[in-house]
Design a binder for this molecule. Structure first.
Ligand code: UGA
Length: 437
């Protein structure tokens, strides 16, 4: 059955989810206040970097299932479901999720509602928010009997979002109204039909699931990063350790890749918000707090590591950074470890240049004083060390022998354990350092 859906907020989550809903047969309107963005989208110009999204958007614009608008009120009338996908940025001091955009969207949606509509929160919101949204919507006329709310957290990863939508591990819906529950199942039917679990819970449980999932993954990453430091001093190898523990089904092998610290628009924000919510409710959550602290310290310790491998001083050293974004296959710089590590290298006197395949925007403001190279070859000329910061897939197939030739010191520091020691030696590197070995 085709469901009439409106996505309020055409950022990363709203656009990917809206395009995917259209792809599985629903009639979708994606709304955003940003007129330029909507005009561009109407012409098929995509504001974000996500593999496969352009074709998906274009195909569904052409087949008439995907439309774009700047008008929330009109786009909220005669719809079966309205998904709130606006941002919930962290408060700069407390780390709490800022809900002003969610509540403002709910107010605007309420003005357009008619007929039975489910207002679904997709934005990552702390426990209790959906009931607040219901309260806002219920203020308007006699809506109370013709609307329901649902919490439907998203688990998409940047760079793999379309596959994550089409083949999720599960769909989670917090809903307490039978008619709304039936509609939510209909929306996801083309996906869950293929034996994907549809987890229906209370609204509060769904809200907690999102934070508990991201928090757990953040703890898992900080844990393996700390295990990696231990491996290094006791002569163990973290890749073997990760394999050895990950094959235990209770632990699982994913999210055990060591790195320079976790970043992105979700883990840092959500782990802080989880910690804040727990604190507000008088609950002690030491693990998430420790994971945050360990991650902050990890990023800085990566700069110490570069200094150590450059002979104990970075004064006047030319450091070449391969990859700037928070992970590979994205142009997203939010909370990227590079934003902490590079300024620390500069404070120690290093001259930093960088290359990133996605050529992220705004680097001059984010990382003042660094030189951006247009190719990895150019990056390596006269460098005293090459630092692999991001796990871009294409980094595996670069011609490192060619890079080594033009370097001043043939030192490579791999903060993602992406390459292999033997081939780096054969490529002419005198030293190749990995994490946790
Ligand atoms: C994350 C979650 O994985 C998604 O399920 C969730 O929907 C999303 O947040 C969100 O809340 O919106 P994302 O931020 O796109 O997705 O990035 P991840 O692929 O999860 O990576 C997060 C960070 O962990 C990156 O800095 C990455 O480099 C790092 N990481 C990940 C590792 O260092 N090692 C790993 O094994 C995996």
């Amino acid at each position: 059955m085709s469901v009439k859906i409106t996505m309020v907020g055409t950022g990363y989550v709203g656009l990917v989810t809206g395009a995917c809903f259209a792809e599985i047969g629903h009639q979708v309107i994606c709304v955003d206040k940003d007129e330029k963005k909507i005009n561009n989208l109407n012409q098929g110009i995509i504001p974000i970097y996500e593999p496969g999204l352009d074709e998906l958007v274009l195909r569904n614009i052409r087949n008439g299932r995907l439309k774009f608008s700047t008008d929330v009120k009109t786009s909220s009338s005669e719809r079966d479901a309205i998904f709130l996908c606006v941002g919930t940025p962290p408060h700069p001091e407390t780390g709490a999720a800022d809900l002003q955009y969610v509540y403002a969207a709910a107010e605007e949606v309420a003005l357009g509602l008619d007929g039975f509509t489910v207002v679904v929160t997709k934005s990552t919101v702390p426990v209790g928010t959906n009931r607040q949204v219901f309260g806002i919507l219920s203020k308007y006329g006699n809506l109370k009997n013709s609307l329901a709310v649902a919490s439907n957290p998203e688990f998409l990863r940047e760079g793999a979002a379309i596959t994550d939508f089409m083949e999720p591990d599960r769909v989670v819906v917090g809903v307490e109204n039978d008619r709304a529950a039936k509609l939510m199942r209909e929306i996801y039917e083309p996906i869950v039909a293929a034996s994907i679990p549809f987890v229906q819970t209370s609204i509060e449980s769904a809200e907690v699931i999102k934070y508990a999932a991201n928090g757990f993954l953040a703890v898992k990453l900080s844990y393996i990063n700390e295990v990696s430091d231990l491996c290094e001093v006791v002569g163990a190898n973290v890749s073997d350790v990760a394999k050895g523990i990950g094959l235990d089904k209770r632990i699982g092998s994913s999210f055990l890749r060591v790195g320079p610290g976790w970043g992105g628009s979700c883990f840092p924000k959500d782990s802080m918000a989880l910690h804040k919510t727990a604190k507000d409710f008088g609950v002690t959550m030491r693990l998430i707090e420790s994971a945050i602290i360990a991650n902050d310290e990890r990023k800085l310790s990566m700069a110490d590591r570069v200094k150590k491998y450059c002979g104990g001083s970075l004064q006047g050293k030319r450091i070449a950074i391969l990859g700037l974004t928070f992970k590979g296959q994205t142009d997203d710089m939010r909370e990227s470890p590079s934003l902490v590590i590079i300024p620390q290298l500069q404070r120690e006197g290093a001259i930093v240049s960088a290359f990133d395949p996605s050529q992220p925007e705004g680097i001059d403001d984010l990382l003042p004083g660094i030189t951006i190279s247009s190719t990895p070859e150019e990056l390596c000329v006269n460098a005293d060390a090459l630092v692999i910061m991001t796990e871009w897939r294409e980094f595996r197939s670069y011609d490192y022998a060619n890079f080594a030739k033009s370097m001043n010191c043939k030192v490579a520091i791999d903060l993602r354990n992406l390459l292999d020691e033997k081939s780096m030696q054969m490529a002419g590197f005198d030293a190749y350092h990995r994490l946790g070995e």
